[in-house]
Design a protein around this ligand. Structure first.
Ligand code: TXA
Ligand code: MG
Length: 318
């Protein structure tokens, strides 16, 4: 059992509360943690990993009580959490209406991936920070997941404010991800918790998500990225008369229904605002009967690459 350095944990919690990044040990792999309610901190996670896309992140919680304040639990979800938490099981559940989590953490989706890690240091950190922690594996994008503090230091040495050393991860592969829709459980990623154990508790086979592109998925299933209901026009230097405008940098003054991702052209701020602004402008379009959203050009460097990836997908999916 790794020893807990209380002073280090307290310092790490303070860093997280002020928007910083902490690498934390978990029983599966090391995670790069940020306050999941802080858009800018979550954006900094994507930046540190150099992710060219915004994949939804796993949000870590102390226990079921914290999880239930964030997501809608069906009785199947409660049963699985009771059996396997803390542990290497991630549950994808609908966000609650009053969910305080950053929309960027779930990449604009109306579901959220939640897990309560079994590592004593991760648990102590969650307790001390007293907030949910978004944490992908603590490696640069495209590299293998870290199972020691040394791996993290090698990959992300100057991109993280503090690394908590909790010894080697005992499970060593990422958590198993299961999506819950009412009484149905779908396996999204196999991982550290065996399928057989989950099926033994739920009493029925885990379903597979259809990968057949010709076979339409059930509504709401596998919405792998957020798309607004309104149409989206990219690379627009200004909105037309009947469009809402998603600005970046100095905005044209003629804009009536507009929101700015970052008035100072700060890509981290823009990433932090992206999904919230798209949701808000989508509502504006519906409310005022506008033709759609026009989006300003975003420079394709740093987090701009991920922002453009998401905007392209949002514009394409119909
Ligand atoms: O063991 C783990 O799960 C580690 C440790 C640090 O907890 N974390 C981890 O996170 O592997 P990450 O970000 O590398 O994996 C997150 C994956 C996404 O790629 C996506 O497949 C899935 O979780 N995911 C997250 N939110 C989702 C959602 N709302 N719907 C569907 N899939 C989601
Ligand atoms: Mg990963």
């Amino acid at each position: 059992m790794p020893k807990i350095d209380r002073k280090m944990v307290k310092q790490a919690a303070m860093i997280l509360r002020s928007g910083g990044l902490v690498a934390m040990p978990t029983e599966t792999v090391y995670g790069l943690a940020a306050d999941a309610t802080n858009d800018k901190a979550v954006a900094a996670v994507f930046e540190a990993k150099g992710r060219p896309q915004f994949n939804p992140l796993i949000v870590h919680v102390t226990d079921v009580t914290m999880a239930e304040s964030l997501a809608e639990f069906t009785s199947l979800a409660k049963t699985l959490a009771a059996a396997f938490w803390p542990g290497p099981l991630t549950l994808v559940l609908p966000r609650r209406k009053d969910c305080a989590l950053s929309l960027l953490a779930s990449a604009g989706l109306d579901t959220i991936a939640l897990r309560s890690p079994a590592h004593p240091i991760a648990h102590a950190l969650l307790k001390a920070a007293d907030c949910p922690l978004a944490a992908p594996s603590a490696n640069p994008s495209g590299m293998i997941s870290p199972t020691t503090a040394e791996h993290v230091a090698k990959g992300l040495f100057n991109k993280v404010d503090l690394i908590l050393d909790g010894g080697p991860s005992v499970v060593g592969v990422e958590s198993t991800i299961v999506k819950i829709e009412q009484d149905n459980a779908f396996l999204l990623r196999s991982g550290g918790l065996e399928r057989e154990k989950i099926e033994g508790i739920s009493g029925r086979p885990l379903q597979a998500l259809s990968t057949d592109k010709n076979k339409p998925l059930a509504p709401g299933m596998m919405a792998s990225h957020y798309a607004p209901a309104s149409s989206l026009r990219l690379q627009a230097n200004a909105p037309s008369e009947n469009e809402a405008y998603l600005a970046f940098g100095p905005a044209p003054e003629t804009t009536t229904h507009g929101l700015n991702l970052s008035g100072t052209s700060d890509l981290r701020e823009a990433a932090a605002n992206l999904f919230a602004h798209l949701h808000a402008l989508d509502a504006t379009c519906q409310k005022h009967g506008l033709d759609g959203i026009a989006a300003a050009p975003i420079p394709n460097r740093g987090l701009g690459e991920a922002i453009n990836d998401r905007l392209r997908r949002a514009a394409a999916v119909r």
